[in-house]
Design a binder for this molecule. Structure first.
Ligand code: SF4
Length: 294
């Protein structure tokens, strides 16, 4: 047996792997300074045929929601096929993207297969966003344009924001109201050794600073995740079909689930199911959320 058993329940049975973030494409066109998934150590990806097997392997391990992320998932030439495969298996699907490569055409073409799109926006100020390394100075403008197409297509919208030394004092309410997401997730910048060593020190914030940002926006009901709750609470799969975990402050990888039972593969890196529940990871993602959060 592996070193971590935190995904076992009290009767020593495995918890279903309900919600998985599949970082299927390790490369990205952005250079976010806080990025915890630069994945420079990953030099290849699964073939299309191999990748198409992943959704059904996860489904058999109890997965209900599969999020496609990266790097930048839209760089994957067969992303659409993977999303269709997941939806045909009746999984709830989410595309997590910086938004830079997202087009109206893609949204329209796959709107029947995508339940959620999560976009990254860290500031209302283009200069701050640029300094953080996301986009080339027009990121917010691009997000505002593409959000309209997401709403028109009837896809649920999530906004992801990373709070750092550059934005913890910023009031983002006006922008968030304008984007009108069904869910706003706010993360405290997280150190992951080997991934964001160069810039973390200059971007880190205290728990108190993070709480200041959250309380400044409490009317918008942000889903807040500090460093403690983020570590070990996500089920993450890499571009080679391996689970990976950040609980020790650096990334550890399992064997590929294409050659090993997913639950056994997960033993090697662990998953804290209670933390997953505590951070609200098991929310009602199947609801077609017509009403807005605020
Ligand atoms: S867009 Fe995401 S994956 Fe790309 S550099 Fe930024 S945080 Fe990293």
């Amino acid at each position: 047996m592996g070193c971590e058993q935190k995904h076992l329940n009290h009767t020593n049975e495995y918890f279903p792997l309900v919600s998985v973030n599949w970082h299927l494409w390790p490369r990205c066109l952005n250079n976010c300074k806080f990025c915890f998934g630069t994945f420079n150590e990953i030099k290849s990806v699964l073939t299309k045929e191999e990748a198409l097997r992943i959704p059904s392997v996860l489904k058999s391990a109890g997965t209900e929601k599969l999020s496609f992320t990266g790097g930048e998932p839209l760089l994957c030439p067969h992303l659409g096929d993977l999303i269709i495969e997941a939806k045909n298996l009746d999984l709830t699907t989410m595309l997590i993207t910086s938004g830079s490569l997202l087009t109206k055409k893609f949204i329209e073409e796959y709107s029947s297969y995508i339940d959620w799109i999560a976009l990254s926006v860290d500031s209302s100020n283009e200069e701050t966003q640029y300094k953080l390394g996301r986009g080339s100075g027009n990121h917010i403008q691009k997000i505002k344009e593409i959000v309209q197409d997401i709403h028109i297509a009837g896809i649920n919208l999530k906004i992801n924001t990373v709070v750092t030394s550059l934005n913890w004092e910023e009031e983002m309410s006006e922008l968030i109201r304008e984007l009108s997401p069904q869910r706003w997730k706010v993360f405290q910048v997280l150190s992951v050794k080997g991934q964001n060593d160069d810039y973390f020190q200059s971007l880190q914030i205290s728990n108190k600073q993070f709480e200041t940002f959250i309380s400044m926006h409490k009317n918008l009901n942000p889903v807040a995740e500090n460093n403690k709750i983020m570590r070990g609470s996500y089920l993450m799969l890499d571009a080679l079909g391996r689970f990976f975990q950040n609980s020790k402050g650096y990334l550890e990888y399992s064997n590929s689930i294409l050659g090993t039972n997913p639950q056994e593969a997960l033993d090697k890196v662990g998953w804290d199911y209670q933390k997953f529940l505590k951070r609200g990871g098991n929310y009602n993602w199947n609801l077609k959320m017509k009403e807005e959060l605020f």
